[in-house]
Design a protein around this ligand. Sequence first.
Ligand code: FES
Length: 119
Amino acid sequence: MSEKLFESPAETVRGTKPYFERHIFFCLNERASGEDCCAQHGAMAGFERCKQQVKALKLNGPGQVRVNKAGCLDRCANGPVAVVYPEGVWYSYVDTHDIDEIVESHLKNGRLVQRLLIP
Ligand code: FES
């Protein structure tokens, strides 16, 4: 079951529309030491799929969604992870189906994907 988010939290705080409505940051951290990291669990594939789907649904661009790369987000044990702002909602994903659901449900319609949330 999903939960409806409020329409535009940044607008509520600032009184004006933000340049981007939402950002999603993907941890793409890769450790040269070989230690466990999001890059070892398909993070780049998740990032690329998200960019592709956001563009395909025409959600990219000013006033909409920005898909960003990030270094370690300090949620390594749950990796691979992504976080959506301004809501500050964290997801752990496994495959392209998960990414597609985050794009369609959260980034497009503002509804959380409960099954992928991490606290
Ligand atoms: S390596 Fe991805 S959160 Fe730390």
